[in-house]
Every structure is written in C-alpha cells, then in structure tokens.
Design a protein around this ligand. Structure first.
Ligand code: BDR
Ligand code: CA
Length: 304
C-alpha cells in the first residue's frame, strides 16, 4: 500500500478525485488536507467532509491555508466553474463530522518525519500547504517519497487566462517555492489533463447505478460539464484534472514525462505561468503525454 496525503480545494473535480482515490486499493489514505482555492478553506473543508460522508468513508481531514503563501492573495473564487457551494450547488446539509485540530502543513511535516521515504503527497489545489510545510521544516524535503502536483500548463495555454493554470495562479509564490525546492515532483498539468475528457453520457450511467454517491457525483458533475460546454466550444464533456493526478500516483504508466526545470512567473500579466527549461536545477518531471483512453477506463471502473 502507498501511504498518501491528498491536498484538496474541494471543488467538483477534487470530489471526483477523492471518490476515485477512496475506491483505489493500492492507496493507504492517511488524510485529506484542505486549502483555499476553488472556494474558501472553510468551504473546502466542509465539502471534503461532505464528500466523505456521502461516500460512507472515514478519513481524517486537516484544514490548512486560508490565503496565499505570502498573504498577498486572500481569496480566489471559482464559483462559475464549481457552483456557489463548490459542489455544483448539490450540498443540501452540513456534514456531521468535523476536521482534526492540527494545521494541515504541520500534519504533513509530522507524517513525513514519522515515515521517512514512504509518503506520497498529491496536491490538487494551490501549493500553499506544501510550501508552508517545507518552509517550516526544510529538513523533510529529502524524506518525501514523491509529490504529484495537479497544476501548470507548460506547453499549452492556461485556463485562467492565456498563461496560467488555476492552481498555480491562485498562489504563484507557493508554486515557485515548491518547484525550486528539490522535492521529487511530477507535474500533472493542462498539457495532459485537457486530454482527459469525461463524456456527458457517463452521467446517466452513474445515475442508473442507483446508489446515492453515484447520483451525487452525477448531479455535481453536470454543473461542471455545463461550464465546460459554455467555455469550450464543442468539447462534449469536462476535463478530469484532479483525478489524473491520483491516477499518476497509482500507476505512473498512465503518463509519460519529460525532465526539466520549471519556473513560475510571479507577477504581472503572466503571473502563474509555468515555463519549462531543459537546463537548470532542480528538475521536475513534467507530464507531456497521457494514455487518456486507458486512464478513463480505469477511472470509470472505480469512481462510483
Ligand atoms: C484545477 O483548478 C481547479 O479549479 C480544479 O479543481 C483543478 O484542480 C484545474 O486547473
Ligand atoms: Ca482542485
């Protein structure tokens, strides 16, 4: 079993990634940690607990950063993409369970110290919690087994604007700090995630499955697909950004990578842009190709 911490800003595709991970027997899910991003950190924490409750699973949840690494970016709303509640306006009641009291970055540090060279951290939101963790305890850097980051757009345009992908845009300083830290990062960016489309027709199949979780995921994803249909002409589905990061942690053969150093633009019009250079250190693995068909099949066989 792979011990994993998944850092989320739950959001619709975060919820899909959670469900996929919860049903993946290869993973030992130590915790979900939450960050501001698609919604506020309080909403992300609530949504994460709500998804766990719908799934009938118990995994500890730790709340983390409510603003960017240096405090410059306080909020970032993606309500047009993920709905007023972050879950496609499907949330009907507050979850009963509560989060743990420890601050998410401190939990990350403690876990890596307890289990050196064992822990994989998957981030599918802004990189703030991980940046705070390695800032407070840089000695853990060589002891993290792997970091899989959903974020960036190295060879393709961004999704917030022509340059930046949303998770990097939400906290460019944190992203730069993590990508230049020497952590063993695999970057799962728009270069590959925009090739992983969930066709709308699958939602009816989920609803027909007849369980509450499947219906919830279908209703939620319907909202996300409507956003994609209005923003991308003729796309016929939605991108599975966050689930692909989980897939790459389960089985790296879903993607192929190129090794490069990645710099993040911090300010101005290009803030949040990720630029890859063949030279320079440290290097990270940037995913440049994906076996989208095999991934989709794998995802669909587990998500509901
Ligand atoms: C990323 O941004 C968020 O809106 C999604 O949840 C995903 O993590 C895609 O750019
Ligand atoms: Ca996300």
């Amino acid at each position: 079993l792979k011990p994993i911490i998944i850092d989320v800003d739950t959001g619709i595709d975060d919820a899909l990634a959670m469900s996929y991970a919860l049903n993946s027997p290869e993973l030992e899910l130590l915790a979900f940690t939450t960050c501001f991003g698609n919604v506020s950190v309080e909403e992300a924490t609530r949504n994460t607990l709500a998804v766990l409750e719908k799934a009938g699973k118990k995994v500890p949840v730790y709340a983390g950063a409510d603003q960017s690494f240096n405090g410059r970016i306080k909020t970032r709303s993606a309500k047009h993409v993920h709905g007023e509640d972050g879950l496609g306006n499907t949330l009907t009641q507050e979850p009963l369970a509560k989060e743990e009291s420890q601050f998410a970055p401190d939990f990350m540090v403690q876990q890596v110290k307890n289990r050196p060279h064992e822990i994989t951290i998957i981030t599918v939101g802004p990189l703030t919690n991980l940046a705070l963790a390695i800032k407070s305890a840089p000695e853990i850097i060589p002891h993290v087994k792997e970091v899989v980051v959903m974020g960036g757009a190295v060879k393709v345009p961004g999704n917030v604007n022509a340059y930046a992908e949303a998770n990097i845009f939400a906290d460019p300083e944190a992203a730069e700090f993590v990508l230049s830290s020497g952590l063993p990062v695999t970057l799962v960016g728009l270069d590959v995630t925009m090739q992983t489309l969930l066709p709308k027709s699958k939602l009816d199949e989920w609803r027909a499955a007849g369980n509450e979780m499947a219906r919830f995921l279908a209703d939620m994803t319907q909202f996300y697909i409507s956003y994609y249909e209005s923003s991308y002409h003729d796309i016929g589905g939605c991108a599975l950004h966050d689930p692909l990061a989980v897939a790459a942690a389960i089985d790296p053969s879903f993607v192929s990578t190129e090794t490069m150093s990645v710099k993040v633009s911090i300010e101005g019009e290009e803030a949040g842009r990720t630029v890859g250079y063949p030279e320079g250190e440290p290097k990270v693995r940037v995913c440049t190709e994906v076996d989208a068909e095999r991934f989709l099949e794998h995802f669909l066989s587990r998500v509901v």
